[in-house]
Ligand binder design. Sequence first.
Ligand code: ZN
Ligand code: ZN
Length: 319
Amino acid sequence: MSQLLCSLHHQALELSRQYLVCEKELLEILVKIESNKVYLQQGYASLTEYSQKALGLSRDVSWNLVTIVHKSKAIPELRHAVQMGVLPLSKARQIAPHLTKENSEKFIALAQAMPREKLQEALAKECPKIPSIEERARVINATQAQLSLCLPKEVMDKIRRAQDRVSESQKKWVGLAETLEQVVEFYLQHKDPREKAKRHEVRKSKAAVSVKQSRRTVRESDAVARNPELNLRPFNKPITKIQTKARVAIPAGIKHEVIIKNVHQCTYQDPRTQLRCERERFLHFHHKVPVAMGGTNALENLTLLCSAHHRLEHYQSSG
Ligand SMILES: [Zn+2]
Ligand SMILES: [Zn+2]
């Protein structure tokens, strides 16, 4: 029996040794894949997407490797320490966000010498601006989520001031959650392209009603009857300007319509899974037929792509 247990132990030791070697080799391959942008050629927008979808790595493992790959461009010592076997990958990932050219030697030495928990404390001490608590948003039931994060003291003071103003306007004490809800709502009303696009729609339909009500000249009515598309465009923007072949800025009205049509989300569809990209930030307007090939700023020629899929789309269309 004891012989069997011993054998299990030796098998585990051997496999974990191979596992660590594989991990290091994978890191080296990913460095080459990143520098040659092999993931674009394989149809993936980023190294992270490639490592999760093509290689099947878990989100955590992929984040560890990709963070080290990216950081090692500026600080090659990080990768070398992993390759030499003096720094485990998990610790390399832990110090990577804090590394600069100036502190890399010191932090790599600290990471080698300390266990993970002590290292986290040391990092928090050395880099007081970087919070030691990770930002985390966790859904706890169908209607609620829990948010934990570190804030600079001045930001917290501002939130408290906002809390006072919200409480005053509601004539009752209002908690932090409701204060944040009001603040976020206010910000989105003013800054979110989706809200701007909705306002544009309302303005447009009001304008359409008022134009209908005010007697239009026979010439104008005829023009709209012949070309209903004219009604889709802002009245102050002549259609000839939109359809010119020269590179002109996309009119705000058309941008709003593209945003509404695509619900302010990247429209890239993964050809393997048919799933649509869920990104709603860093969106770009993309001409399906490029301007250089006669593509216009017409609604049907425009779509929304996140920055990564925009780059992928142009990489693929450039052959
Ligand atoms: Zn484009
Ligand atoms: Zn996307």
